[in-house]
Design a protein around this ligand. Structure first.
Ligand SMILES: Nc1nc2c(ncn2[C@@H]2O[C@H](COP(=O)(O)OP(=O)(O)OP(=O)(O)O)[C@@H](O)[C@H]2O)c(=O)[nH]1
Ligand SMILES: [Zn+2]
Length: 357
C-alpha cells in the first residue's frame, strides 16, 4: 500500500525519522473504537492498540490517537496486531472540550487539510452563524472552504452568494446542489489524491448527500471493513476515513456528527450579543463596524452606550478570526499544492498501487 495515497508526506516522514531508525512502522488511524484502532499501513489494514507503556504514561485525552492520526507501531509477535507507541505531531486537529474535573480536550479528527463548512441556501442560510462557524473552523488549523448547498431551492442565489463572498475575505465559496448533482466538480478538484477533508454544518444541510455523491453511491458498501471486535469476533465497521474514487479522503466520524461545536461557538457569540444587537441597526448588512457610514455600533461607541474596551475586544476577536483563517488557508493551499504535485508524479510512476486498493 502506498501510504502517500492516504496523505503521508515529507512532514510526517520527518516526524517519524527517529522511529523509523528504530525499526518501527507507521500507519494512519482509519477507525477508532473505544478500545482499539484500525490502521492503514504499508501491508494493508491492521487492528491495533496503544502499548501498555503508552497507556500508562499518557495522561491527557488529546494525546491518544484519533481518526486521521499518523502513528508509529511495531507488530505483536502473537496475533500480528499493531502495538502503537507514538502519535506523530498533528498538522491540524478538530477537537472539543470535555467537561470534567480538569479542562480536557478530545480530538475528533486529526490532520485534516480542508474543512468544508456547509450551509443550506434555504431557511438554514444565516450569515452571522456562518461567520461564527468560520471562527471554529479556523481553530482547527485547516484550510476552510464554504459550500452553499441546495442552490436549487434558492431563487436569490446570486445575491446570497455575493453576501457570503463579502464576508469570506478570499475563502473559496462553492455554490452547488447535491440533489441535482450540480457543481460537485470544484469539490472533487480540491479533494485531490491524499488530501483529507471534513464536511461540517448543521443537521440537514446535505453533508451525507454530498458525501454519497463524492463516493458515487455504490462505493459506500465497499467502504465497510471487517475487523475483530474485542472478543475476537468478526464484525463489519463503518470506515471513518473514506477514500473517494478520485483519491481524496473524507473523515466522517460519529464524534464529528454529534459535535456540539455549534453550541460551543454560540456561547462565544453570546458574549458579544449586545454588539450584535446594535449591529442590526447598521446601514450595511456586511458592516464591519470600523469606519462605515451609518454604523450603529460606532455611534453607540460615540454616545457611550458601549465602552471603548468592549468595542476593542470585539474588534480583536474579529481580526483574530480573520487573520487565523487567512493564514491557515495560505499555509494549507501551499501544502496541498506540494502534495498534489508529488502525488501526481507518484501515481504516474506507480500505477499498480491504485489497482491494489
Ligand atoms: N433541494 C435540495 N435538497 C437537498 C440537497 N442536498 C441535500 N438535500 C436534502 O436535504 C435532506 C438532508 O440531507 P442530508 O444529506 O441527510 O443532510 P446532513 O447534513 O447529512 O444531515 P445530518 O446527517 O443530520 O447531519 C435530505 O432530504 C436531502 O435529500 C440539495 O442540494 N437540494
Ligand atoms: Zn456597523
Amino acid at each position: 500500500m502506498n501510504l502517500e495515497l492516504f496523505g503521508w508526506d515529507d512532514y510526517f516522514s520527518k516526524c517519524a525519522e527517529q522511529y523509523s531508525a528504530q525499526g518501527l512502522h507507521h500507519g494512519r488511524v482509519i477507525i477508532q473504537h473505544k478500545d482499539r484502532y484500525v490502521l492503514i499501513t504499508e501491508r494493508g489494514e491492521v487492528n491495533g492498540n496503544v502499548s501498555g507503556k503508552f497507556r500508562f504514561e499518557t495522561v491527557a485525552l488529546q494525546d491518544f490517537p484519533a481518526v486521521g492520526d499518523w502513528v508509529v507501531f511495531d507488530t505483536d509477535s502473537g496475533d500480528q496486531s499493531a502495538v502503537i507507541h507514538h502519535v506523530l505531531d498533528r498538522r491540524t486537529k478538530f477537537s472539543r472540550k470535555v467537561a470534567g474535573d480538569r479542562p480536557d480536550e478530545q480530538v475528533l479528527a486529526a490532520n485534516i487539510d480542508i474543512v468544508f463548512l456547509v450551509m443550506g441556501l434555504d431557511s438554514n442560510y444565516n450569515l452571522r452563524r456562518l461567520e461564527r462557524h468560520l471562527t471554529v473552523a479556523s481553530e482547527s488549523g485547516a484550510r476552510t472552504v464554504i459550500i452553499l448547498n441546495k442552490s436549487d431551492l434558492c431563487p436569490h442565489r446570486k445575491e446570497y452568494t455575493q453576501e457570503v463572498l463579502s464576508i469570506a475575505h478570499g475563502i473559496d465559496v462553492i455554490v452547488m446542489s447535491a440533489l441535482l448533482k450540480e457543481n460537485i466538480a470544484p469539490l472533487q478538484t480540491l479533494l485531490a489524491p491524499g488530501v483529507t477533508g471534513v464536511l461540517l454544518g448543521s443537521s440537514g444541510v446535505g453533508k451525507s448527500t454530498i458525501t454519497n455523491l463524492l463516493l458515487e453511491k455504490d462505493q459506500v458498501k465497499v467502504q465497510n471493513v471487517r475487523v475483530n471486535d474485542s472478543h475476537g469476533r468478526h464484525t463489519t465497521a463503518h470506515r471513518e476515513l473514506l477514500m473517494l474514487p478520485n483519491g481524496g479522503l473524507i473523515i466522517d466520524t460519529p464524534g464529528l456528527r454529534e459535535l456540539q461545536l455549534w453550541s460551543v461557538d454560540e456561547g462565544l457569540q453570546e458574549s458579544f450579543d449586545d454588539i450584535e444587537a446594535l449591529a442590526v441597526g447598521c446601514r450595511f448588512r456586511d458592516c464591519r463596524h470600523e469606519s462605515e457610514p451609518g454604523c450603529a455600533v460606532l455611534s453607540a461607541l460615540d454616545d457611550g452606550t458601549i465602552g471603548p474596551e468592549r468595542y476593542e475586544s470585539f474588534q480583536k476577536l474579529q481580526h483574530e478570526t480573520l487573520r487565523q483563517t487567512l493564514e491557515n488557508n495560505l499555509k494549507n493551499k501551499r501544502i496541498q499544492k506540494e502534495k498534489g504535485n508529488k502525488t501526481t508524479r507518484k501515481l504516474r510512476s506507480k500505477p499498480r498501487d491504485l489497482d491494489e486498493l
